[in-house]
Ligand binder design. Structure first.
Ligand code: PRP
Length: 210
């Protein structure tokens, strides 16, 4: 059986739709269920729905053979696994955003609220700018509104969250999408089933493997 870890939410819904369209059916799956593990009707594939930062952890440690996760997670941490292809779903961008119309402070370091401290640090380092990072876990858009930071570094998909909270994107600096990742051992020993998953999600483009 091939064990697939999916980031719960938008990505898992799209990937399960790909699998269903390719004839791999998960009879117990529905988007509103609180159930976390689903097995297909031939007992060949098992899906586990996990929080997105945990997907590569499952795959690296062999708790899952393959996984689908946003590139943001793979950029934020480094893992020993194969990144096979870009599935072309879950497209969004990493942005710097701030309160609409407000200019940035001068004469002191910029304070940046983010769920992605490594990505933010690397981005500002590439500009030669020293900033103070405030690591947060979610609802990052609140940070400038409550005076916790000057700007945020976060993913923007539709832009609705920024708009509805009176923020605006100042710079987009990284294109993101969902990636298929594979455990190194599984890539050798479960190749046939993995190739089937790659075929189901075809349309994705091959990436390099680290
Ligand atoms: C992500 C991101 C933004 C939002 C962007 O948050 O951190 O808040 O989605 O999407 P939009 O541009 O379509 O509005 P997520 O939904 O993962 O929740 P979180 O803020 O709790 O991390």
């Amino acid at each position: 059986m091939l064990h697939i870890a999916l980031a719960k939410g938008r990505i898992s819904e799209q990937v399960i739709a790909f699998l269903e369209a390719a004839g791999i059916h998960f009879p117990e799956y529905n988007e509103t269920s609180r159930k976390l593990i689903f097995v297909d009707d031939t007992d060949s594939f098992k899906i586990t729905l996990v929080k997105s930062p945990d997907v590569p952890v499952y795959v690296e440690r062999g708790a899952a053979d393959v996984g689908v996760v946003g590139k943001d997670i793979l950029e934020e941490h480094s893992y020993s696994l194969y990144e096979i292809c870009d599935l072309g779903v879950g497209r969004c961008r990493m942005a710097v955003a701030g309160i609409k119309g407000r200019s940035l402070p001068t004469g002191r370091r910029l304070v940046v609220g983010t769920k992605y401290p490594a990505i933010a640090r690397k981005y500002y380092a590439s500009l030669g700018e020293r900033v103070d990072i405030v690591p947060l876990n979610g609802s990052v858009e609140l940070a400038p509104l409550v005076g916790l930071s000057d700007v945020i570094v976060d993913i923007v998909e539709s832009g609705n969250t920024l708009r509805e909270n009176g923020l605006e994107a100042l710079t987009f600096f990284m294109d993101l999408s969902a990636r298929l990742i594979v455990n190194k051992g599984a890539f050798r020993f479960k190749r046939k089933a993995i190739d089937r998953i790659i075929a189901c999600t075809k349309g994705g483009t091959e990436d390099g493997m680290d």
